[in-house]
Write a protein that binds this ligand. Structure first.
Ligand code: I3S
Length: 130
């Protein structure tokens, strides 16, 4: 197809360790469960993987290392810096998906959180203009 009709997925990609918790599902509040997560942004989708430490094997087997737990479609999502009442932790982002799921994302190193904030925001904006 011609370049005009090609729908490009955002080519923004990033992966790293973050702390995350779901805070709502289908618009309903759920109990926080903070855990470390190998987090991958690829093709406009953010995937949180299970904390290997939570696996029965303690993450010592290869198959338990990278198990997806939640995926968030960034099209139509909203990312913001969380207000103080959302968490007692520092450097917290709030990610709301179009289908009513809400996650908090946190990391003690501010620059790491800022990098994630910027790339998620940029991805959402790219998906908006498609
Ligand atoms: O927003 P909340 O309810 O104060 O969140 C805290 C609780 O989820 C707490 O666990 P319990 O559900 O057992 O009370 C967690 O240990 C805390 O980490 C949560 O608050 P922060 O401020 O860390 O997001």
């Amino acid at each position: 197809s011609s370049p005009e009709t090609q729908h490009q997925l955002p080519n923004l990609e990033k992966a790293g360790i973050l702390n995350k918790t779901k805070v709502s599902e289908n618009g309903k509040k759920v109990r926080k469960n903070w855990a470390q997560s190998w987090t991958v942004l690829h093709g406009g989708v953010l995937t949180f993987h299970k904390d290997p430490k939570s696996a029965p094997s303690g993450g010592l087997t290869k198959t338990n290392q990278i198990v997806p737990e939640f995926t968030v479609e960034l099209k139509g999502a909203v990312i913001s810096k969380a207000s103080k009442d959302k968490s007692s932790k520092k450097n917290v982002l709030e990610l709301k998906s179009r289908n009513g799921s809400e996650f908090l994302i946190q990391y003690d190193t501010e620059s790491i959180i800022n990098d994630w904030y910027n790339i998620i925001l940029e991805t959402i904006q790219q998906l908006d203009i498609e």
